[in-house]
Design a protein around this ligand. Structure first.
Ligand code: SF4
Length: 385
């Protein structure tokens, strides 16, 4: 059964293990569950993207989809924006893809979660977390844009990795490898339902002994287990208390499934970390996190615990997002929009972002660290933000 949110009628994804009675191919991406998340009917493509090998692969995968040529993947008025209802946004995310050529291939320094932010293979997401920062630029109706020049992206990264040489000083990102975040503006596990961009990156990194790919995900895609990353990709399963997740993480895999998948991913050659994020301060949040951490301690096997580390990320919200969410999901805003606890900060692009007051954040992080020390003492915190 899907995990139905009774208030909104919008589901989290069901158990991702293939149904044995279902006559599908062995690939999860062809399963009924995957189809519930993504049933592509329309593909908007730049001509060069459609003509490229990756573009042709994607078009062949969805032969029934209508192809619409667009001059640029960046602004497609019919697709992007906050107009219309949540139903429309969800439909766009499920039924529409965009193909483009990524013009700018720039790797940026980070230093917190990763050493470097790689130019991502996608922008946009078929999942629909209500706090997500990705739609801030294109709006909620922000389907997945796949960048088809993946060869150029991999070649760029290869040059960047080579230019760094070996990492000589351990840091919070990794003691030995230069860590590249490859999923800044999307979810690589979801992208892998569509094409081989994620697979190409994972395969490239396994041949670069001084570097490691890293991406956060809220979706369990068993097809990634076949990719043989040989320890050079870190998958970071994002987790939060189940009640928060049901309210805020729409269309994702349930949190207990993300946790249950950790051992399979480790055994398949991934490094498996956890993002405790976002931490949402609401009445009773400490008890909810306590329960989550106890659950992790109960179900995760020792081999996962031995290598797991965590990032802790407090919620950042946004005034425009708040206005949009009020129109379709006000109950989520009851926990996300807490002006008495938050302060505003104008970002470089003019957006008004909200973060917890420094004192609130300090206190919450101290409480969460205390819970971690008591319930999951094996879970080191790489960084808390
Ligand atoms: S999985 Fe990540 S990119 Fe996708 S909607 Fe959620 S927060 Fe945004």
């Amino acid at each position: 059964m899907p995990h139905q949110d009774p208030l909104f009628g919008i589901e989290q994804m069901p158990h991702p293990h293939p149904d044995p009675a279902e006559p599908t191919s062995s690939r999860y991406r062809d399963s009924r569950e995957a189809h519930r998340l993504l049933a592509v009917k329309e593909i908007h493509a730049e001509p060069a993207a459609a003509a490229s090998p990756r573009g042709r692969q994607i078009l062949a995968r969805f032969p029934e989809a209508r192809l619409v040529e667009v001059p640029s993947h960046w602004r497609i008025p019919d697709l992007h924006g906050n107009e219309g209802s949540a139903d429309r946004w969800m439909r766009v995310k499920r039924e529409t893809l965009v193909l483009g050529v990524r013009k700018k291939l720039t790797t940026r320094p980070n230093g917190r979660s990763a050493d470097w932010i790689a130019p991502g293979p996608s922008n946009g997401c078929a999942l629909s977390c209500v706090y997500c920062y990705v739609p801030r630029r294109k709006g909620f109706a922000n389907p997945i844009t796949l960048f088809t020049n993946i060869d150029a992206l991999v070649a760029h990264l290869g040059r960047h990795v080579a230019a760094q040489g070996p990492k000589t000083e351990p840091n919070q990102c990794d003691p030995e490898a230069w860590v590249y975040d490859i999923g800044e503006n999307g979810d690589c596990s979801v992208d892998a339902l569509i094409c081989d961009n994620t697979a190409d990156l994972i395969r490239a990194f396994r041949d670069w002994p001084t570097a490691k790919a890293s991406f956060a995900t809220k979706f369990v895609n068993p097809d990634l287990l076949e990719l043989d990353p040989r320890g050079r990709t870190r998958i970071r399963f994002s987790v939060m208390p189940a009640d928060d997740s049901r309210l805020l993480d729409l269309r994702t895999s349930p949190v207990d499934r993300r946790i249950a998948a950790a051992a399979d991913f480790l055994d398949a050659g991934y490094e498996v970390h956890f993002n405790l994020s976002p931490v949402v301060v609401r009445p009773g949040w400490q008890d909810a996190w306590d329960e989550l951490l106890r659950h992790m301690d109960d179900v995760l096997p020792e081999r996962v615990k031995r290598q797991a580390l965590a990032e802790v990320i407090m919620l950042t919200h946004n005034a425009d997002l708040h206005e949009v969410n009020l129109r379709w999901h006000p109950r989520g805003e009851d926990v996300l929009w807490r002006p008495e606890l938050q302060e505003t900060k104008r970002s470089q692009n003019g957006a008004l972002n909200l973060r917890y007051h420094a004192g609130v954040k300090r206190q919450a992080l101290a409480e969460l660290r205390d819970l971690i020390a008591r319930r999951t003492p094996w879970l080191g915190v790489r960084y808390a933000f």
